[in-house]
Design a binder for this molecule. Structure first.
Ligand code: GUN
Length: 294
């Protein structure tokens, strides 16, 4: 039987371990604060941002969501970020991606003060991660590594195959899994839209990470028995429920269920970890900026 790796369970342990740090900051009058910028009306982004701010509220942390119409100019957005960079209520700044096409994401990310870049997307933070000395690790990749270590999956000497090369998930996961550090040290392959035969690679994998956004893409024909599967996909598929849709991953959970060694469910797998790691990074940012606990 395939073991389910529960992001709900791992994230609960993360929140528990953060409590003393949050208390230490609060005892010095510091409440970790996050500014979230949401541009436009993408429904999935709105859901993610709402879950982030609810979690901050439930932990008595400070967060503010700043919403802009999809037509906002790049200049206005840059100005807002520059204001937030010097607003010391906020230890972290997150710009929810994707942004509308007329705004250059790279330009926007590089305006965020790197010490407030709790997403770890600023080139300075990407550089620190790449040389093996991370400051902020992007939340989803960090959450994936935390799930693997919680369930005692040591990657050393294993073959990790990642499907997807985005700066948010695939690329940083490839760096983290191949670092010469304990629980990492894997041989890592990135497959992407230019890969000719994805099965050729996934059939050799000990661990597969799917981050493509294609519902139920990976089935039993892609894996060998015992493979650990990490599903980053959160795809809306229409159905006749009250909501009109359900969420499914990039992995066909039913079809791999007798073959995979382990699987992260969708929902309840990687998703809750992304939020837990955002909270952790914001607490770390508050510690760094205040000198408390760091
Ligand atoms: N869009 C999808 N995932 C993320 C994320 O982790 N951070 C931001 N800023 N945008 C996203």
């Amino acid at each position: 039987m395939t073991q389910l790796f529960s992001g709900k369970e791992v994230s609960a342990s993360v929140y528990e371990s953060l409590m003393p740090k949050i208390q230490a900051l609060k005892s010095k009058g510091i409440t970790p604060g996050l500014a979230v910028i949401l541009v436009g009306d993408d429904p999935a982004s709105a859901v993610y941002v709402r879950s982030k701010s609810r979690r901050f509220a439930s932990l008595d942390l400070f967060s503010e969501t700043i919403r802009f119409d999809g037509g906002i100019s790049q200049e206005k957005l840059v100005e807002k970020i520059q204001d937030l960079n010097v607003d010391n209520r906020f230890h972290g700044i997150l710009v929810q991606l994707p942004l509308p096409k007329h705004i250059d994401e790279g330009t926007i990310i590089s305006v965020i003060d790197p010490v407030k870049d709790v997403d770890g997307f600023h080139p300075e933070n990407v550089g620190y991660l790449t040389v093996g000395n991370p400051r902020f690790i992007p939340c989803t990749p960090k959450g994936i590594m935390r799930i693997l270590s919680y369930y005692d999956v040591d990657l050393s000497g294993k073959h990790v195959v990642i499907i997807g090369r985005s700066n948010i998930v695939g690329r940083p996961v490839s760096i983290l899994t191949s670092l010469k550090k304990s629980f990492s040290n894997a041989t890592t392959t990135i497959c992407h839209s230019g890969t000719q035969d994805i099965r050729y690679f996934t059939n050799q994998a000990d661990v597969v990470v799917t981050a493509m956004g294609v519902p139920n893409f990976l089935d039993e024909s892609f894996i060998k028995p015992g493979t650990v599967l990490i599903d980053v996909g959160i795809n809306r598929v229409n159905d006749d429920s009250e909501k009109g849709y359900k969420l499914v991953g990039d992995i066909h959970a039913e079809r791999v269920s007798e073959i995979a060694g382990a699987l992260t469910p969708v929902p309840g797998g990687v998703g809750p970890m992304t939020i837990a790691m955002l909270v952790e990074n914001t607490v770390e940012a508050a510690e760094m900026q205040s000198g408390v606990g760091a």
